[in-house]
Write a protein that binds this ligand. Structure first.
Ligand code: HXC
Ligand code: NAP
Length: 265
């Protein structure tokens, strides 16, 4: 769906998007590029990055790709430095890379728990840390994508909940420490978003039943998350830092929302 925002909000800006090769991260990258930002996409799979980059270029945008694993600090720092060299700076960092699966805590291995925390939370810290000097030079902004698991207990999601709650705390800590450097640090917490890997992994086998647990009565769309990010990186949010914008159709208002159905079978 086309953006309702005025065009060219981000001309002259450069964005680096982890997890930009698919789903919500790709949707955010497309939206930022539509608004004139030059974008760099990061993820482990070069083919996925290439496909999104081709779409962005075909629409007239400028796009750089950098395949790496956000868990590997040196590689990620190299990817960020490469993007800065290719695109001329760094104003916007979006942390959307994540891993998730359904697993009961009593059966989840230590390595399974660690893998998710490592990708989501440590990967977010790694990207923020590696981007700091560039963001400070640009008086830029960080937006990290979290999830309702950060706020309410959810069955089969203790690993993702710990990781996303950690990102939200990191967001507030960095907002405090980096405010004097002119960097805003915020997060967006999507609800269940249709057509995503997250929903295909977590959505169960009866989506209709699950939408009944969303107060607005439907799943969200990728463009609705992309527009929330666009607002936060735009001048309209110039006094917003440390905040989490929940974009979930009211799902959290009823606790675990659609995910309660996973526990009841
Ligand atoms: C239990 C699992 C598991 C599963 C993996 N593991 N899948 N445990 N149930 N379904 C365990 C493995 O057994 C292993 O532990 C450990 O996790 C690491 O697994 P690897 O496959 O070696 O890890 P890796 O290759 O690093 O892959 C990471 C991954 C994978 C998270 C496991 O699924 C991945 O790459 N995901 C990326 C894409 C993704 O998940 N997208 C969805 C994001 S959506 P042992 O002990 O055996 O060594 C999202 C939705 C939010 O976050 C909310 C929606 C509303
Ligand atoms: P997705 O398409 O699987 O997006 C995750 C991306 O992260 C993938 O492109 C993946 O690409 C990349 N990635 C995973 N591990 C990585 C690593 N170690 N290093 C670098 N990149 C890595 O899933 P999605 O559903 O769109 O989720 C996107 C974000 O939204 C996630 O933060 C998720 O937690 C959040 N979220 C989603 C929903 C939802 O309903 N879908 C709801 C709430 C929050 P590679 O595998 O190629 O690396």
């Amino acid at each position: 769906m086309p953006s309702i925002f005025q065009p060219n909000l981000l001309v002259g800006k450069v964005a680096f998007v982890t997890g930009g090769g698919s789903g919500i991260g790709a949707g955010i990258a497309r939206r930022l590029a539509e608004q004139g930002a030059k974008v760099a996409l990061c993820g482990r799979t070069q083919e996925k990055l290439d496909a999104v980059a081709a779409e962005i270029r075909a629409a007239g945008g400028q796009c750089h790709t950098a395949a790496c694993d956000v868990r590997q600090y040196a590689a990620l720092e190299g990817a960020i430095e490469g993007a800065v060299a290719a695109l001329g700076g760094l104003d916007i960092l979006v942390n959307s890379a994540a891993g998730n699966f359904l697993a009961p805590a009593a059966q989840l291995s230590a390595n399974g728990f660690r893998s998710v925390v490592d990708i989501d939370l440590c990967g977010t810290f790694n990207a923020c840390r590696a981007a700091f000097k560039h963001l400070a030079a640009a008086r830029g902004v960080v937006v990290s994508i979290t999830a309702g698991q950060a706020h309410v207990p959810m069955p089969l999601q203790c690993h993702a909940g710990a990781a996303k709650a950690g990102i939200e705390k990191l967001t507030r800590d960095l907002a405090l420490e980096w405010g004097p450097s002119g960097i805003r640090v915020v997060s967006v917490s999507p609800g269940p978003i249709e057509g995503t890997e997250g929903m295909s992994r977590l959505g169960g086998d009866d989506p209709k039943r699950m939408t009944k647990r969303v107060p607005l009565g439907r799943f969200g769309r990728i463009d609705e998350i992309a527009d929330a990010v666009l607002y936060l990186v735009s001048p309209a949010a110039s006094y917003v830092t440390g905040a989490c914008l929940v974009v979930d159709g009211g799902t959290e208002l009823i606790g675990a929302g659609p995910f309660l159905d996973l526990m009841s079978g």
